[in-house]
Design a protein around this ligand. Structure first.
Ligand code: ZN
Length: 205
């Protein structure tokens, strides 16, 4: 145990995901030794993400404006939606350069044991978009939904739920990423090539 603010810093860092006690200590001492300008830059961006970053009113992705760059880009195919769990998954799909449609970020996956049901996810907003009553006026004719939830138990349960919910929409194809993604993992950890193949080889459910 260290004294006062140093220990407080180590405790706070240790609460971050993936940061164990040893890493927390290492980061804390790195910050203590860092140039004041470097530390204030970090302080600035931390403040800014809490103050300045919002969620896109259409897709739920993180965004600086009311609409994210994908939803406000008229060159992107507005008839094709890729449904992902988290904003970081949008980046993973973008890295493949295989997808020219738009996104819908659910904000997680169904996990009844953790109290996450359909109402805790942005499923109602997805249905509104498909029904042509979403906030984006150019999205009136969504033809395909690619369910790109994580290849794990919760992601599969979410995909199955969405399929049941969406299969009765006339003229809508619901497809799922092709297999080949490492099971039990997270979409963001799939390499670009594998994820790109899973996207282009998607199958209608
Ligand atoms: Zn958006």
């Amino acid at each position: 145990m260290f004294e006062g603010p140093v220990q407080d810093l180590i405790d706070e860092l240790g609460r971050l995901p993936g940061v164990g006690p040893k890493s927390a200590q290492r980061i804390a001492f790195h910050l203590l030794a860092a140039e004041p300008a470097d530390v204030s830059r970090l302080q600035d961006v931390l403040q800014k993400v809490k103050d300045g970053v919002r969620f896109c009113e259409v897709c739920g992705n993180v965004s600086e404006k009311d609409r994210c760059r994908y939803c406000s880009d008229a060159r992107r195919d507005a008839t094709l939606l890729c449904v992902v769990e988290e904003p970081k998954d949008v980046l993973a799909v973008e890295r493949t350069r295989e997808f020219r449609g738009r996104y819908h970020v659910l904000g997680g996956a169904l996990d009844p044991l953790a109290g996450v049901g359909p109402d805790q996810l942005r499923i109602r907003q997805l249905v509104a978009r498909i029904g042509g009553t979403g906030p984006a006026p150019d999205e009136t004719d969504i033809k395909e939904i690619i369910v790109a939830t994580d290849p794990n138990t919760e992601g599969e349960a979410t995909a199955t739920y969405l399929l049941r919910l969406l299969r009765d929409f006339p003229g809508l194809t619901v497809s799922r990423l092709a297999s080949g993604l490492p099971m039990g993992g997270d979409l963001e950890f799939a390499d670009e090539l594998t994820l790109g193949r899973a996207l282009s080889g998607r199958r209608a459910m």
